[in-house]
Design a protein around this ligand. Structure first.
Ligand code: CUA
Length: 372
């Protein structure tokens, strides 16, 4: 009996400790680890509001606990009616004024931060412009000035303003790269803008922050921040794509054939697959230079041969609800061999001696910063 009582008292503490144990400033996708001016302004506003609320919390809890213990019901005065006090003018003025001051202290910096970080900006020649389109459940990133279309990994240079124009092909999504800026909705038929500057190179996690049905939890992306020279190399890898990138390895060649015969090319574009012939559908992930990607299935798996093979073998097991068909039956005797060939082909895309050595964080497995 005593044990149960002790447990019931200890369990809220245990739960609190467990919950607090999950807190981490440097966790992946943490807004508490800002790596650019927009996110930092928003973080500082949050911290200002947080510290402002601490004295309020202490004062309110202090008064509450004082009242609970000081004026608790005692057997001695069971029948007594408490003193009736109301209509104290100084008290009324005090507790009206204090909240007004608190609201002003929060509102002024909030409005200032909103105007500094949320205002629509006019692009200048120095900015990088990216059109972002949300799909169930992946991201299309188009660089209109560079002629690049890619998916699920936003490659940007460090210290340069990036201006995103966001919309959606189907339902509401929300673009969220927590270390760089707050969330912004992607809405069908409407262009929204979001801009930010990244001050640190590396591979950083992002996520769709609007419930968009089945695979919402798997609608992830990566922001890959490069040094300017590495970004130029990444761009160059896209602008020189074409037949010259198909490696001579027979397995790669076999995979390239299967890419057409198994039907991949119906949906997926690989630029330069056939000279002068477009393949794929713009409303499906563009796989040009897929070998440079860090992840598979919109940020769900690291882009390794094993993970890519698992994804091709059974997309629904990796990411339930997605629209990728399963191309092989369980008992297909060619399955493993064909998947191995497709994996070899896909991972070869964009990977040749020139690009492999210079693209920095895009190399498979991430840079020294890892995935944050
Ligand atoms: Cu897209 Cu949630």
């Amino acid at each position: 009996m005593r044990m149960t009582r002790w447990l019931s008292r200890a369990s809220p503490v245990a739960i609190l400790v467990l919950l607090l144990g999950g807190c981490e400033f440097k966790a992946p996708r943490s807004t508490l680890d800002p790596l650019g001016p927009v996110a930092r302004d928003q973080f500082e506003l949050f911290m200002w509001t947080f510290w402002l609320s601490i004295p309020v919390l202490i004062l309110v809890l202090g008064v509450m606990f004082y009242a609970i213990f000081r004026f608790r019901d005692r057997p001695a005065n069971k029948s007594a009616i408490p003193n009736q006090i109301h209509g104290s003018v100084p008290l009324e003025i005090t507790w009206t004024l204090i909240p007004v001051i608190i609201v002003i202290l929060i509102a002024v910096p909030t409005v200032r931060t909103v105007f500094e970080t949320e205002t629509t900006v006019e692009p200048t020649a120095d900015d990088l412009i990216v059109n972002v389109r949300g799909y169930q459940w992946w991201w299309r990133f188009e660089y209109p000035e560079l002629g690049i279309v890619t998916a699920n990994e936003l490659n940007i240079p460090k210290d340069r303003r990036v201006i995103l124009t966001l919309n959606s092909a189907d339902v509401l999504h929300s673009f969220w790269a927590p270390q760089f800026a707050g969330k912004r909705d992607l809405i069908p038929g409407q262009d929204n803008q979001l801009w930010f500057i990244a001050e640190q190179t590396g591979v950083f996690r992002g996520h769709c922050a609007e419930l968009c049905l089945t695979a919402h939890a798997y609608m992830r992306f990566r922001t890959v921040v490069h040094e300017e020279a590495d970004f130029d190399a990444w761009v160059a890898a896209f602008q020189e794509e074409g037949e010259q990138q198909v490696q001579a390895d027979p397995l790669v060649q076999r995979g390239r054939g299967l890419f057409a015969t198994k039907g991949c090319a119906t949906c997926h574009t690989v630029a330069g697959y056939y000279p002068d012939v477009e393949i794929g559908d713009p409303d499906f992930p563009n796989l040009t230079n897929f070998g440079l990607r860090n992840t598979v299935a919109a940020g769900v798996l690291e882009n390794t041969p094993e993970n890519l093979a698992a994804w091709l073998a059974n997309p629904q097991a990796v990411k339930p609800g997605n629209y990728m068909p399963t191309l092989w039956s369980e008992d297909d005797p060619n399955r493993d061999e064909e998947i191995a060939a497709l994996v070899a082909y896909l991972l070869s895309l964009g990977v040749d001696d020139a690009t492999q050595a210079t693209t920095g964080p895009t190399s498979v497995g991430g840079g020294s910063d890892g995935n944050r």
